[in-house]
Ligand binder design. Structure first.
Ligand SMILES: Cc1cc2nc3c(=O)[nH]c(=O)nc-3n(C[C@H](O)[C@H](O)[C@H](O)COP(=O)(O)O)c2cc1C
Length: 221
């Protein structure tokens, strides 16, 4: 069913018109997959900017837009980030007493993924413009609200990448190495790393991961 014509404006203010059907949108939303293997082809800067621009249209609490992004395409910068995070990852795995071969395998796989993606985007949350509360309960709630808002931008970023026929995956490892990521990227202490998005042209077609039936995850009242 044609639900209308979608008119969007790109970052340069140029209008684009699309026929928009509910089936198109449903298929679009249901066909996004996490992509972890990428072709080495670079992604044009203009495409990355469009994706980041679209991500900023996500809803956020009080419209404070607490998301911050660090975008890396330089192989040396990606390697620096990967090396520093993986050092910490390895230390954590050693503390877990995993066998050395298993640790090496996990670290190598992460290194391959992080350095093999043409684009690496670090998503951070910045609390400086959020509401400040005197009590712990509301401070905690406000922090969660800010991270929920930043996560919305992350989801929108993945969908925007999907719209550009790029593949991407959400990687949560910076949550386990926040200070290391801040130091390596030389970013302000107020930019708290939340996730990494690996993006590029897909070099795999993963099967859809199974979804729980609605009855299991929804209470209909
Ligand atoms: C908060 C969050 C953290 C994730 N962290 C990782 C990760 O560290 N490594 C990874 O390979 N995938 C990660 N994923 C991707 C999930 O594994 C993936 O979304 C899930 O298996 C469903 O597959 P699909 O995205 O293809 O539908 C993460 C996804 C989310 C939302």
């Amino acid at each position: 069913m044609l639900t209308g014509i979608l008119c969007t404006f790109d970052i340069n203010g140029l209008a684009r018109l699309y026929p928009l059907t509910n089936t198109h949108l449903r298929d679009f939303l249901r066909t996004r997959r996490s992509i972890r293997r990428f072709k080495p082809d670079p992604v044009p800067d203009s495409v990355i900017r469009e994706i980041l621009h679209t991500a900023t249209f996500a809803p956020s609490a009080h419209n404070r837009q607490p998301w911050r992004f660090v975008m890396l395409t330089d192989p040396a910068a990606k390697k620096r980030l990967s090396d520093s995070m993986l050092e910490e990852f390895q230390r954590d795995l050693e503390k877990d007493n995993l066998p050395p071969e298993k640790i090496a395998k996990l670290v190598d796989r992460s290194r391959e993924r992080l350095t093999g993606a043409p684009v690496v985007i670090v998503l951070c949350v910045d609390m400086t413009e959020m509401d400040a509360y005197p009590d712990t309960r509301r401070r905690k709630a406000e922090y969660i609200i800010a991270t929920q808002s930043a996560a919305n931008a992350g989801m929108q970023l993945l969908l925007a990448a999907h719209a550009e026929r790029l593949g991407g995956v959400w990687v949560c490892s910076p949550m386990f190495a926040q200070e290391t990521v801040q130091k390596t990227l030389n970013i302000s202490k107020s930019w708290e790393p939340q996730a990494i998005f690996l993006l590029g042209y897909p070099d795999e077609t993963p099967v859809a991961r199974e979804r729980k039936p609605l009855e299991e995850v929804v209470k209909f009242i």
